[in-house]
Design a protein around this ligand. Sequence first.
Ligand SMILES: NC(=O)c1ccc[n+]([C@@H]2O[C@H](COP(=O)([O-])OP(=O)(O)OC[C@H]3O[C@@H](n4cnc5c(N)ncnc54)[C@H](OP(=O)(O)O)[C@@H]3O)[C@@H](O)[C@H]2O)c1
Length: 286
Amino acid sequence: MKSVLVTGTSSGFGLVATIELARRGWQVVATMRSPARRGLLDAAVAQAGVGDRVHIETLDVTVPDSVDSGWQQALEITGGRIDAIVHNAGIAVAGAFEDLPNQDERRVMETNFWGVLALTRVALPTMRRQKSGRILVVSSNSAYTGEPANSIYCASKWAVEGWAESLAFEVSQFGLDVILVEPGPYRTEIWENSPRVLPEGSVYTDFLRRLEKAIDERVATRARDPREVATVIADALETDSPRFRYPVSPQARIGLLLRGVLPTTWHRALVSRLLGLDRGPGRRPT
Ligand SMILES: NC(=O)c1ccc[n+]([C@@H]2O[C@H](COP(=O)([O-])OP(=O)(O)OC[C@H]3O[C@@H](n4cnc5c(N)ncnc54)[C@H](OP(=O)(O)O)[C@@H]3O)[C@@H](O)[C@H]2O)c1
């Protein structure tokens, strides 16, 4: 039985990927930062009848001791071998850069970037010794281009992709694959859980109100079923020759294509037009 450790399994992609992988016969160490949040996963595991293959453990990717003990616990459960890691835990905070509290920005980087590095560092000696393993990072189509009011989230995903692309050079000699899964918008809890920062009297109030309306009307309503992403994650872990990059959803595939061909200023003008951000004096993209 192949084994996988997944982070952030209390909801969203982490939860549905746990179920998909367990259904396919994987032994899943499903980790979450707070065991009090295990209710949804417990219910999904019971409904899918995969309780014998899912082990729920505590792992907060921002706490070094928790990363160490979560990994050791996983090794004990699997008998010392882990075939794959799914770095899924992630958070976002929306708002104009100038308004974002520094501690919120740091929290995003600690989770989406440093958390991935910390767990990988702990896992690499085991995976190198195994001479095989897959390190899969749930990135985002936000890694392709900048996005308004999403600067720190984009920065975290750009950063993790640069790291992953570099790491892949170093670890392929040990039989390890590094994989990016890059979803577009999907219906998970991240939309409700992410704080939207808009301080009283912000000079960005008008801009953010228009953006929020456009996102709610044009992006959130098109968000798709997260099980599509779970299927791609499981396929990427099972295929004989994984690709490095898996854009998921039409938005992500188009975004990746455009990144390669469209000059950045044209892209900014297009997105500003689509989101209604280019109206009013001084608001034209420069
Ligand atoms: N949904 C989308 O449209 C979308 C698109 C592209 C990429 N993504 C990426 O997909 C990944 C999963 O997000 P999601 O959309 O499934 O959102 P979600 O439902 O909010 O799930 C995020 C998960 O990460 C966990 N988490 C947060 N901080 C953590 C920490 N310090 N340690 C361990 N776990 C932590 C959360 O746990 P708690 O329950 O304790 O908060 C939750 O289980 C993220 O990396 C996100 O950036 C999402």
